[in-house]
Ligand binder design. Sequence first.
Ligand SMILES: Nc1nc2c(ncn2[C@@H]2O[C@H](COP(=O)(O)OP(=O)(O)OP(=O)(O)O)[C@@H](O)[C@H]2O)c(=O)[nH]1
Ligand SMILES: [Zn+2]
Length: 208
Amino acid sequence: MEQTEINNQKLVEEIAKRIREILELLGENPEREGLRETPERVARALLEMTSGLRTPAPQMKVFNLNEDGIKYEENQIVIVRDINFSSLCEHHMLPIIGKIHVAYIVGDEGKVAGFSKIIRIVNYYASRLQIQERLVEQVAEAIMNSDIKPKGVMVIGNALHMCSYVRGVKDREAKLVSVAYRGVFKSNKSLRNHVFRLLDNTNKVNLL
Ligand SMILES: Nc1nc2c(ncn2[C@@H]2O[C@H](COP(=O)(O)OP(=O)(O)OP(=O)(O)O)[C@@H](O)[C@H]2O)c(=O)[nH]1
Ligand SMILES: [Zn+2]
């Protein structure tokens, strides 16, 4: 889907035309050799980085814990940690680069999500103009409403915002941390703390 769009030559040319104008307004010569192909490259990059706006949401792949006939204790906590993501801030269209951790509590039906699908959901909502706080909410909402029917979802974002890094305040250290809660995490503070502790502890265990 994404690839088709990037190869949509008409759309690429429409965007590239405007990028050429911007280069001129910046005092550049878009005809010089090094810049000749730049407008098309920028157009393709913009289409790639905003592909989530124009493509359907990824399908959730569901696996059943209880397939062996045993009804396991519900409440297993699943964490997909260190999902690297990049997005574009909607204020400056500059990159947001960081990590997202997704935790969920398995629901009564014992359904769990395909590992990669959680990563795909993060990438899908990141591939558009965003603010980080909305991104973690959208990911939490999508997983909470998915076919795994979890009891709760927690999505933690931790990222550098290039609009504050390379321009403006130019702070190279400041990161934005944002957390979205759904279901049981909303009211259960000790469960939330448990997830934070698990993240902290698994961070120290270097398995590979
Ligand atoms: N809360 C939040 N703010 C963001 C995010 N991305 C960018 N921003 C902020 O959006 C704000 C836009 O503020 P403005 O004052 O309109 O823009 P500006 O003049 O470029 O601001 P400075 O960056 O302070 O120079 C800035 O404070 C950015 O740091 C985000 O994901 N979440
Ligand atoms: Zn910004």
